[in-house]
Design a protein around this ligand. Structure first.
Ligand code: F42
Length: 328
């Protein structure tokens, strides 16, 4: 069982490094740094994180095939692997459409783009001279001489086809979800993928990339989770809303509030049920119970993501005892 901490570089890099060091100290196995161009750069942050830590695996969680070419991504990962002593991990997904739209990028053929990325990254990581011809990625006679690097590749996935493909070709999968209902389906899709590719199911590390908010005082934990849950509900596809019995109308109201910047009003429309379905929120005991529910659903890596808690510093202490119980 692995435990990861997601850190979003929307605050100064040195602060992110401080929390990454804390993640290592409390026994986490992975620190995942998100990749959005409107936050601080993921690889600059990862480089700094690698210099501030010693053992924890450090992953980009997740990059995409559209804003960065695979040759740049592979070069960054091999460099990170070199300076971190072999701790680099590549997470790749189809990317976030909202940020793409603002720079005129379209998420063309996402499935093939992610598949090409995984295959060509493995070739580039080999350090040999390689060529690749896919439907999204093409290059010839490229050699990254600072390889080889044994760099695991995780796929960020929600959709049925992406999940199945992650089972076929991923070393791991990162699923944005916090509730067992999301994982029953996801795990069966991943299993289908491993069977298609004649792989063992336990070759794939199944990560729950959760919205996590821990505090002995439920109200405080919930208040910290509300903005993140609001973003998740507003961006969730109809199928996901239906699964959790939340109407498209409720989602639209939240979406409009976010667009209009009415953040202080979100607490009136984000319900306790939404918080329950789209986050792990509550006191340490109930958060720990939710983690065990996810493990029962087949999850093998819990990633505690934003906001972590009402008080980030204290959250690490609560998470530490959960990790200790998990590992004992
Ligand atoms: N996105 C970011 O930009 N930055 C991050 O840091 C980030 C972190 C992250 C962590 C975990 C995680 O699960 C997701 C994360 N994301 C992040 C979001 C991620 O990049 C994706 O947006 C998210 O995972 C949603 O992906 P999805 O699996 O739902 O895939 C979408 C594209 C989808 O529609 N998938 C369909 C499916 O069934 O899986 C497949 C669609 C399909 O078949 N497309 C065809 C094809 O060939 O690709 C083309 C169809 C056509 O149009 O012709």
């Amino acid at each position: 069982m692995n435990f990861g901490i997601e850190l979003v570089p929307n605050e100064p890099v040195l602060k992110v490094c401080y929390y990454a060091k804390k993640a290592e100290e409390i026994g986490a196995d992975f620190v995942w740094i998100t990749d959005h161009f409107n936050n601080r750069d993921a690889y600059v942050t990862l480089t700094s994180v690698s210099m501030s830590t010693n053992n924890i695996k450090i992953g980009v969680g997740v990059t995409n095939p559209y804003t960065r070419h695979i040759t740049n991504t592979a070069s960054a990962l091999l460099t990170l692997n070199e300076i971190s002593g072999g701790r680099a991990v590549l997470g790749v997904g189809p990317g976030d459409t909202v940020t793409f739209e603002s720079v005129g990028l379209s998420r063309n053929k996402p499935l093939s783009a992610v598949r090409d990325t995984v295959h060509s990254a493995r070739m580039l990581f080999s350090g040999r001279q390689v060529s690749y011809s896919g439907s999204h990625i093409n290059f010839s006679n490229i050699r990254l001489p600072y390889g080889p690097g044994e760099i695991p590749i995780y796929i960020g996935a929600q959709g049925p086809k992406m999940l199945e493909m992650a089972g076929e070709i991923g070393d791991g999968v990162l699923i944005n979800g916090s509730h067992p209902l999301d994982f029953d389906f996801a795990v069966s899709q991943i299993k289908k993928g491993t069977e298609n590719a004649s792989r063992q199911f336990d070759e794939v590390d199944i990560g729950a990339y959760t919205c996590f908010s821990i505090d002995p005082d439920y109200e405080k934990a919930a208040n910290a989770a509300i903005p993140v849950v609001a973003f998740i509900v507003s961006g969730a596809p109809d199928s996901v809303l239906e699964k959790h019995n939340i109407s498209a109308n409720e989602s639209e109201i939240i979406s409009n509030m976010i667009k209009e910047g009415r953040f202080s009003e979100l607490k009136d429309v984000v319900t306790e049920k939404m918080i329950d379905r789209f986050s792990i929120t509550g006191d340490p005991e109930s958060c720990e119970k939710r983690i065990y529910d996810l493990i029962d659903s087949g999850v093998t890596q819990i990633v505690a993501g934003s906001p972590l808690g009402a008080n980030k510093e204290k959250s690490f202490n609560y998470i530490q005892s959960i990790i200790k119980n998990l590992k004992d």
